[in-house]
Write a protein that binds this ligand. Structure first.
Ligand SMILES: Nc1ncnc2c1ncn2[C@@H]1O[C@H](COP(=O)(O)OP(=O)(O)OP(=O)(O)O)[C@@H](O)[C@H]1O
Ligand SMILES: [Mg+2]
Length: 221
């Protein structure tokens, strides 16, 4: 599904170039649950931004299902990104004055679904991620783990082709992390959701079906 061929990227210019992706070729198949590991500053987030259609400033080729998506203008690119990628962040990034239900509903409001369809889909998704009874709570009325479940539900509601999660358990305690990772694993195994997860944590990587090791802008394993 995802294929990078000799992808290189730098920040800065002229003598101040900092190469963050040095020569990355990799393939990710549909249905994989992949961990991206590596030291701070090794280029993991830069790699994720490239893969998730957020940053087309690189050389080399990126094929998504055989297509070079970055050839399109920003408008079409963001349409493709919205329908293809679900984002999960370390800090949840929920809208504070929206309920859990409203946060998950938001991506569907532009989908053309009827009110009834939206209600059904959001309710089912909240159930699926284990917070069916928390729809009316504001983020501040939820634990960290519950907030991350809302974020995962929001990421999944548009049925994206893949999920990118950059340190999704970075702000959670060990027990809650295990619960969130178990949910990811379940979504991957039972619903075939393709997941790319950046993590520093070997324990977290153990939940994945595959690990990509990034060091200093290179894939080393
Ligand atoms: N917008 C930017 N402008 C200039 N340099 C940047 C920019 N974004 C990242 N960098 C640099 O690129 C390198 C790789 O950054 P990146 O965020 O990809 O690392 P990372 O592996 O995700 O690190 P961490 O584990 O700390 O999140 C770092 O040295 C960083 O300082
Ligand atoms: Mg990062």
């Amino acid at each position: 599904m995802i294929q990078l061929e000799k992808v290189k990227k730098y920040y800065g210019q002229d003598d101040n170039k900092l190469w963050v992706l040095k020569d990355i070729s990799l393939k990710i198949q549909e249905g994989e649950f992949t961990a991206i590991m590596g030291p701070s500053g090794s280029g993991k987030s830069s790699l994720m931004n490239t893969i998730s259609f957020l940053d087309g400033d690189f050389s080399g080729d990126y094929f998504f299902n055989g297509e070079q998506v970055y050839q399109y203008d920003d408008k079409k690119l963001s349409l493709i990104r919205n329908s293809t990628v679900g984002f999960v962040f370390q800090s949840f990034n929920l809208i504070e004055n929206y309920t859990a239900y409203e946060n998950v509903e938001l991506p569907l409001l532009y989908s053309g679904c009827t009110h009834k369809e939206v209600r059904l889909q959001v309710t089912e998704m909240l159930e699926k991620v284990g917070i069916g009874d928390k729809g009316n709570n504001l983020p501040k009325q939820l634990s960290g783990g519950q907030q991350q479940r809302v974020a995962i539900a929001r990421a999944l509601i548009n049925q994206p082709k893949f999920i990118v999660a950059d340190e999704p358990t970075g702000a959670l305690d060990t027990k809650t992390s295990d619960e969130i990772l178990t949910l990811f694993k379940q979504l991957n195994e039972e619903n075939g959701v393709t997941i790319l997860m950046v993590t520093h944590d070997q324990e977290a990587a153990n939940y994945c079906s595959r690990v990509i090791d990034v060091r200093d802008g290179l894939v080393v394993g």
